[in-house]
Every structure is written in C-alpha cells, then in structure tokens.
Design a protein around this ligand. Structure first.
Ligand code: EZ4
Ligand code: CO
Length: 410
C-alpha cells in the first residue's frame, strides 16, 4: 500500500485547520489532523518541508515503523509542533489501514468496549441567569455532563465565557478563544477574585439542578498549587466530575501538593504532547483523567500507549475536544474512546456549519452519547473545493495580564 501523494491542506472555515491528506497507489485517501491553535503554519511547514519527502514511496501499512522513524530520525524530540505533525501522519495511516480493511477504525483498535461515548458540553454565562439558561440549553441538546464556566466580578474577560456570540446571532455559550487578528488579545486576571467567586457558582448550580448532574470545571492553568488545593477543597461539597488544569504542570510534582489536600478529581494535560509529561502524574496517581488530544500527542499510536499506561494506575481518558481539534482529530478520538477500556468522558464542542461544509462528518450524538459511526476508516471526508474557498487567516489565542501588568498564565 505505497503512499504516492501527501498534501498539506490549510483551510479556515471559521477557524484554521491543518490537514494531511495521504493517497495510496490504489487510490485510497487517508486524513490526519495537525491543527495547533495559533501556530498552525509551523505544523504545516514541518509537514510540508520535512515530513512529506519521507512519506512518498513508503508502505502505508507500516504505522509503528513510520511513527518511530518520524520521532527518532528528527533527533530533536517532542514539543507540540513535532508531535502534532507526527499525529497528522499517524492518524492518516490508521485511516488508510482501516479503509483497506473495510472497517471502522475502532474495530482495528480491539472493537467497541461500550455502546456509546459519554460527552460533556460547555455551558457558560456572564451571570447566574445566563449560566442557568446555558445549562438548560445543553440539557435540551441531550448532554448528560456539563462543564461550567462563568464570569468573575471585577474581571473583564474570563476564559470560557464569551463577551459576544461567536457567530452573528449565535449563542453566548458558543465560546471560541482564538481571535482572527494580527496580534493576540490581552485579557485580565485576578486569582483571588476567582477563588472567592467559583464556589458560590457551584453552590447555585447544585441547588438549581440537583445532586446528580455531572459537573466539570476548567481552571485553565491559572492557580498556584496551594491555590488549586484550596479551590479543590472548597468545591468538594458540589461533587465535581473533575477540576481541569488547576495549575500548570511543567513541574509534575506540583500536583502532589494539590492531591494531598483535596478529593476533587483532577484532570490535566491538554497542552502536553507525550507520555513523558505524565510519567510522575500517572505513576504516583496524582491525577484521575488524561486530557491529551490525539492531535497534539503523536496520534492514535502514542495515545493508545499513554492510555494503556494510565490504565495500570486506574487513570481514565478525558480526551480534549475543543473546536480547534478538527473533525478528523475528533473522529480519531471517538474511535479510541469506543475501543479502550479505561474511557472516562469525551469533551464535545460541536463544529460550526462552515467547518462541516469542508469536513463531512459521520459521527452521531444522541441522548448524551457520541458514536463515530460505521464507515470504513475514520468516517470523515475532506471536500477540497470547499476547503480552498476558506484560505488561512492569522488568529491568536489571548493572553492574560494581572492588574499590575505582569503576564499571567492564560
Ligand atoms: O482553551 O483548546 O478544555 N478546553 C480548553 C480549550 C483550550 C483551547 C485552546 O486552543 O481548555 O478550550
Ligand atoms: Co481545558
């Protein structure tokens, strides 16, 4: 199954996506996602300039060998650009292998371990009324688990809470952090105000929606370990499904301190890119959920190994699924979610209509559960003509400054 063509497609149907399209001598097409929000062209160049020449003429069946070749022959290991590029190749190869086998990818990963994939949606609001409205809207859509983000008094712009609808006429809870602009937007942050406010939000949500609804929250790397420990403890009465990215984890040992102080389950890792970023976290059981995406972590091959390692320590999956993971990367996540034993939950931020014009998707979402469908391969097709109608536009994620002007984690 020789690879005869490898094209890097950069398209921007509402937001930027990097897709690798591999074609075999038999005319099979495999797709891989290499989208890295705000740094898309770096991955596109890595693929186009340094990876495509290695792929032409190779056997598309040799997935493990290709992964090892790309990882080791670069000499310079790891990092989000490299690992997203490797992921794009790896996922495209799995798509091809499953198409060649005439099976949906999850069958090649061991078959389905469950009937459906529990998904959580993003509710948000600038105040309690708007938040409750957003939670009700998500319940009506069928969601059985909901992430809750709110504005904080005294802070102008908070992660997860749009100040304006993402699309004209759209809802306020359709949050898209990257902004199409030549420079990143500057937001403000005050951890003390946040720590005072968030427990009151969860108290209000629990008293309105009851004890049973699984609730999640994303701290987005803004707290120190002791602040995170305090928040985790303050949220214990509200029984969170997880507290995500409570503190930056370049230093994995930080999580020991948080863990010692709270029984609130912890999820981390959307900005990680290899199993090594989790070594201490998993071995010492300092976290409960792995947040990596297939797209930023070297693809199916590397994610499978990471999640198998996590399984030994009763750590479960919580694969990253924001709109900056393309439909191709989302499909890869869904096939993995269905197959692995230690599945936890899947994030779902549905893509907009322009994205769905470019990427034809076959997943289903019914009664709170996702399913990747039964098409051979990933089940996603790229409409190249539609993709060409949406050229790349520069876009950046925002960043934070404290009141005194200090740059803070966003
Ligand atoms: O801010 O993917 O849990 N989800 C998240 C995301 C990230 C974006 C950054 O590109 O934290 O919304
Ligand atoms: Co997050």
């Amino acid at each position: 199954m020789k690879i005869v063509a490898a094209e890097v497609v950069v398209t921007s149907p509402g937001r930027n996506f990097v897709t690798l399209r591999l074609t075999t001598e038999d005319g099979l097409v495999g797709l891989g996602d290499g989208t890295l929000n705000g740094r898309e062209l770096a991955v596109a160049s890595y693929l186009q300039d340094h990876v495509v020449p290695l792929l032409l003429g190779r056997d598309a069946h040799a997935i493990e060998d290709t992964w090892q070749l790309l990882y080791r022959s670069a000499y310079w290991r790891r990092g989000p650009v490299t690992m997203s590029a490797i992921a794009a190749v790896d996922v495209a190869l799995w798509d091809l292998k499953a198409k060649a086998a005439g099976m949906p990818l999850y069958q090649l990963l061991g078959g389905a371990s469950r009937a459906g994939i529990l998904a959580y949606g993003h509710a948000s609001g600038r105040d309690t009324d708007e938040l409750f409205d957003s939670i009700r809207h998500h319940l009506e859509l069928g969601f059985r688990a909901i992430r809750v983000q709110t504005a904080v008094p005294g802070i102008d712009a908070v992660y997860g809470v749009p100040t304006r609808p993402a699309t004209p006429g759209g809802r306020h809870d359709d949050y898209e952090p990257a902004q199409r602009a030549p420079l990143p937007a500057e937001e403000d942050w005050d951890t003390a105000a946040y720590l005072r406010h968030i427990p009151t939000v969860f108290e209000a949500v629990r008293s309105e929606f009851g004890a049973e609804l699984p609730l999640l929250h994303d701290g987005h790397h803004r707290m120190t370990p002791i602040q995170a420990a305090r928040l985790g403890r303050a949220l214990e009465p509200y029984d969170l499904f997880w507290l995500e990215d409570c503190t930056p984890a370049e230093n994995q040992e930080s999580l020991r301190l948080v863990r010692h102080h709270t029984t609130t389950p912890l999820a981390i890792g959307e900005v990680f890119n290899t199993v090594w970023d989790y070594q201490t976290l998993i071995r010492e059981q300092l976290i409960d959920y792995v947040r990596s995406s297939v797209t930023h972590t070297g693809g199916i091959t590397a994610m499978r190994k990471l999640l198998d390692y996590a399984a030994l320590y009763q750590v479960k999956s919580g694969i990253h699924g924001p709109t900056d993971i393309s439909p191709v990367g989302m499909a890869a996540a869904l096939h993995l979610d269905l197959a692995i034993h230690n599945f936890g939950i899947q994030e779902l931020m549905p893509h907009g209509s322009l994205t769905n014009e470019v990427f034809r998707q076959t997943y289903t979402f019914e009664d709170g559960y996702l399913h990747p469908g039964e098409e051979p391969g990933l089940g996603v097709e790229l409409d190249e003509e539609a993709a060409a109608r949406f050229p790349y536009e520069p876009a950046y994620l925002p960043f934070n400054r404290l009141k005194d002007g200090t740059v803070h984690d966003w």
